[in-house]
Structures are given as structure tokens and as C-alpha cells.
Design a protein around this ligand. Structure first.
Ligand SMILES: NC(=O)c1ccc[n+]([C@@H]2O[C@H](COP(=O)([O-])OP(=O)(O)OC[C@H]3O[C@@H](n4cnc5c(N)ncnc54)[C@H](O)[C@@H]3O)[C@@H](O)[C@H]2O)c1
Ligand SMILES: [Zn+2]
Ligand SMILES: [Zn+2]
Length: 358
């Protein structure tokens, strides 16, 4: 089969013929239809410091995907051949305290597809059957037809392909009650944008998004945020004044990983404000802890997705009309992966999707 491989310990990805994997007992073979390109994949392509210490070539990369079940391994009864599925990309140990208690997102021994083991940028991938999430499909979609129905009848394949990062956004946005709250989101990358859509869907009053990229701020305006603020030019205190806000934001999501964004976020929280942090900073950095204390802020790190509660919520949000498709700005056949990755690196994009169904 064809696969995008980190073949050598140097910058680049290579489209290669590799053996098609076989599903063992308890596993399924999935024919990949669409995949999303993530920041992680860009890091692996660029071969940055993190990638050099984490990735052991050769490795099939990619973890955001949707596909259809092609073959069942022994003892698999929970899915059927032809079923449209996504999959949780973290494969947990099943034996640690958190796993045994059903808190699989907190497994400290989890293994990630496309990072620690072969991933989804390929015509086929093998997954444990227990990692599979069923999507509602309509038959004509499975062939990859351009005519796509929405709503409970069937999910848009491009939307289904980015349930992994959508899940990060939903996991963050469901940490706190948002009804009538004023929400700040620092970082208008794909995940920040999807979190903004979820915040509106879940009843927030104002959703203010920050970034320093005009392209991404424009995308934020397109999806209908209250205010998209370029923090290279405008202070958040001015944005608050423009909206007539007097006491600061009630809830904030940090989705940039940038220290100055985190500091300005803390400056602009209301007393009792609640913060969920998804952005991964490259290095440790100081913040004004006395504000955290005086304002009695709650700061909470958020990782991955709840397995499978977040997946359930995503499916229900999509079925009740939440639309993340405006976040997808580019689509390419997998053979044009070089162009797709170049767009990803440029930052002049939302989510970039590769089509493997040809
Ligand atoms: N915790 C997890 O499980 C998890 C999972 C996926 C991604 N992440 C992290 O979440 C973050 C968001 O992911 P993404 O894919 O949307 O990333 P992204 O890199 O596409 O988006 C980050 C955005 O932050 C913007 N930015 C830069 N400086 C800024 C500033 N000073 N203020 C506000 N915004 C600024 C960038 O222009 C960019 O648009 C990243 O840091 C990523 O590493 C964490
Ligand atoms: Zn990802
Ligand atoms: Zn575990």
C-alpha cells in the first residue's frame, strides 16, 4: 500500500510502498478515506528538536483520520466490515490505576499512532477494535461522492477526519459551564477556532479570539466570533472596553502555547475566572502567580480527549447542527502531500485535509 513515511532522520516525508498491515486478534483493518494534517505532523516533517528525540524512523505518520472497516481480526464483534469509523489515536495500557478506573485519558503509558507506532497517512491502518468510534454514514458518502448530506443521516467525511483535534477543542470547551459567560480564546489555530464554534453552540455571550496572524483572525471573523483581536496591535483591555465589559473574562482557553498570550490572558480574567490550557509552550516561562491567587483563578491543563465521552459529545454536537467545516480551508489528494504540507507550514490555512479514497 501507499503510505507517507518518515523514512530517514532528516527533514522531509516520503510517499512509499509499504506492506499492508494485518489485523491481529482484537484488531481491525481500516481503509483510510481522509486524513487531517496536524501541527505534530508538521513538526515531524520539519524534524524539529521534539521530533528528533521522539520519532524513530521508519514510521508511517499521521493520526487524524476517518475510514471504513475493511477486515476484522479474530474475536472482533463490536464493528462490521464497511462501517464508517474514526479512532482514538491514543492506545492505552489497560492495566494502570487510571485505565482500570475507566479514566483512559489519564493513562501515563499511552502510545500514539503516527508518533510511537505506524499512523494513518496510508491506504490502510490497523487499530485495536476498542479504539474505534462509529460514525453515522450514508452509503453514497463511502464512495467519496461530492454530494454530501449533513445532519443525523450522515457525517461529512472531511469533518469526520478531524475528530481528533475537534475532540481537543470539545474537551477544553466542556471543562466549564459556558452559558451566558464571556469567553476568551488565545490562539486562532484550527483548535482555537473549533473551540470558538463550540463555545457559541454552548451558550456563551461573548467569544473573543486572539492571534497575531491576519489570515487566522479573518477566519475567526468568518466563523462568527464576537471579536477577533490582533494582539500585535491591540490590547485585550481595549477589546473589553469595546464590548462594554467591566470585570474581565469569566472563562478562557489558552490555545497558542505562547507565553505572552498566557500572561495577557491572566491580566484579563475576572475574579473567580476559570482557565483551561491546551497550548503547549516550547519552554517553561514565568507568569504573575499573585494574580492567580488574588483573583482565585482556576488553571487546568487539558490533554487529548475523554475516551469516549468527548467523541460522543462531538457526534451529538454535529448532529445538532454545530458546523466545523469552515475551519477546513484546503483539500488535496494524498499524492499532492508536498503542496499540502507547504500550505500547513505557511500558516495561511485552517485545517488541511488529504483525500486517500481515490
Ligand atoms: N494538550 C493537547 O492534548 C494538545 C493537542 C493538540 C494540540 N495542542 C496544542 O494546542 C495548541 C493549538 O493547536 P493548533 O493545532 O490550533 O495550533 P496552531 O499552531 O495552528 O495555532 C496556534 C495559533 O496561535 C497563534 N499565536 C501566536 N502567537 C500568539 C499570541 N501572542 N497570541 C495569540 N495567538 C498567538 C498562531 O498564529 C496560531 O494561529 C498548540 O500549542 C498545540 O501544540 C495540545
Ligand atoms: Zn492532531
Ligand atoms: Zn493505562
Amino acid at each position: 500500500m501507499k503510505a507517507l513515511v518518515k523514512a530517514k532522520a532528516e527533514p522531509g516525508l516520503w510517499l512509499q510502498e509499504v506492506p499492508q498491515p494485518k489485523p491481529g486478534p482484537g484488531e481491525v483493518l481500516i481503509r483510510v478515506l481522509r486524513t487531517g494534517i496536524c501541527g505534530t505532523d508538521l513538526h515531524i516533517d520539519a524534524w524539529n528538536e521534539w521530533a528528533q528525540t521522539t520519532i524513530k524512523p521508519p514510521l508511517v505518520v499521521g493520526h487524524e483520520f476517518v475510514g471504513e472497516i475493511a477486515e476484522l481480526g479474530e474475536d472482533v464483534e463490536s464493528v462490521y466490515v464497511g462501517e464508517l469509523v474514526g479512532a482514538e489515536g491514543h492506545i492505552v495500557c489497560g492495566r494502570c490505576r487510571n485505565c482500570l478506573a475507566g479514566r483512559r485519558v489519564l493513562c501515563a503509558n499511552s502510545v500514539g499512532i503516527g508518533v510511537h507506532r505506524d499512523g494513518a497517512f496510508a491506504e490502510y491502518i490497523v487499530m485495536p477494535a476498542g479504539n474505534v468510534w462509529p460514525h453515522l454514514s450514508s452509503p453514497r458518502e463511502i464512495g467519496g461522492s461530492a454530494e454530501i448530506s449533513r445532519g443525523p443521516r450522515g457525517i461529512d467525511l472531511d469533518v469526520a477526519s478531524i475528530f481528533d483535534p475537534f475532540g481537543n477543542a470539545v474537551h477544553v470547551a466542556t471543562q466549564y459551564r459556558l452559558v451566558a459567560e464571556d469567553v476568551l480564546i488565545t490562539g486562532a489555530g484550527p483548535i482555537g477556532l473549533m473551540a470558538a464554534i463550540v463555545a457559541r453552540h454552548n451558550g456563551a455571550r461573548y467569544v473573543v479570539v486572539t492571534d497575531v496572524s491576519e489570515y487566522r483572525l479573518e477566519l475567526a471573523r468568518k466563523i462568527g466570533v464576537t471579536l477577533a483581536v490582533d494582539v500585535s496591535k491591540t490590547r485585550l483591555s481595549e477589546a473589553q472596553a469595546e464590548l462594554g465589559m467591566k470585570e474581565g473574562f469569566d472563562v478562557a482557553f489558552e490555545m497558542s502555547g505562547v507565553p505572552s498570550a498566557m500572561r495577557e490572558l491572566i491580566d484579563n480574567m475576572a475574579h473567580g475566572g476559570r482557565v483551561a490550557i491546551l497550548g503547549l509552550p516550547e519552554h517553561e516561562f514565568p507568569i504573575d502567580w499573585s494574580q492567580v491567587v488574588f483573583k482565585m483563578l482556576t488553571l487546568r491543563g487539558v490533554y487529548g480527549r475523554q475516551i469516549f465521552e468527548t467523541w460522543y459529545q462531538m457526534s451529538v454536537f454535529v448532529q445538532t447542527g454545530l458546523d466545523i467545516s469552515p475551519v477546513i480551508t484546503h483539500r488535496f489528494p494524498y499524492r499532492d502531500y508536498k503542496e499540502a504540507f507547504a500550505i500547513g507550514h505557511s500558516g495561511k490555512c485552517g485545517k488541511v485535509v488529504l483525500d486517500w479514497s481515490e
